[in-house]
Ligand binder design. Structure first.
Ligand SMILES: Nc1nc2c(ncn2[C@@H]2O[C@H](COP(=O)(O)OP(=O)(O)OP(=O)(O)O)[C@@H](O)[C@H]2O)c(=O)[nH]1
Ligand SMILES: [Mg+2]
Length: 168
């Protein structure tokens, strides 16, 4: 099972929508905040279709209910256009790691940095270092490595890398 998690408004729905259109460009698409679960099918290769389950950011208190040994991949979206949320992302990731360890769940984890098209003057490297990824990994001694991909659901930047990550 593949989950897409992330704080409210971090870009999960639009990302999954643009992945489902890939390699075509996404048409103008307005999202509404996901209440509950949003299932999206992707065609990764000619014969292979996968389903990604977005769990709305507002459901963070019960994400844990969806973690079990069948979860193989987690995409965690982080809105880099909103640096104010970096601390919340770190805390949310720590909580997620704790839940993964309680549930004996060892998925591959991808941090998806979203909205790169609107990053303005904020420096991406600073955002990444602010996330303290290396500290998080060593603190929680995750067996699986964490990868990071920068994306824009609007320009399509990084979507091919996500498809490759999902297929590998
Ligand atoms: N500029 C830009 N805006 C984006 C991008 N991705 C999402 N957005 C905008 O960010 C807002 C929230 O996007 P959603 O995809 O609905 O966020 P979400 O994570 O699904 O939110 P919840 O369902 O509430 O958890 C919307 O206004 C989107 O249009 C992006 O890559 N670039
Ligand atoms: Mg959503």
């Amino acid at each position: 099972m593949i989950l897409c998690l992330g704080l409210p408004n971090s870009g999960k729905t639009l990302l999954l929508r643009s992945l489902s259109c890939y390699p075509d460009k996404i048409e103008k698409f307005e999202t509404v905040s996901t209440v509950g679960i949003n299932l999206v099918n992707l065609n990764c290769s000619l014969n292979e279709s996968i389903t990604i389950r977005e769990i709305g950011g507002s459901m963070e208190p019960i994400w844990e209910n969806y973690l079990n040994s069948n979860v193989t991949h987690i995409l965690f979206t982080i809105d880099v256009s909103n640096p104010v949320e970096i601390g919340s992302n770190v805390i949310t990731l720590i909580n997620l790691f704790n839940s993964l360890s309680v549930k004996l769940c060892q998925p591959r984890l991808l941090l998806v940095l979203t909205k790169l098209d609107s990053i303005g003057t904020i420096k991406l490297d600073e955002t990444i270092s602010g996330l303290l990824v290396d500290d998080l990994i060593s603190l929680h001694s995750l067996n699986n490595s964490i990868e990071i991909i920068g994306t824009s659901a609007i320009t399509g930047q990084g979507l091919d890398d996500i498809i490759k990550w999902l297929s590998s």
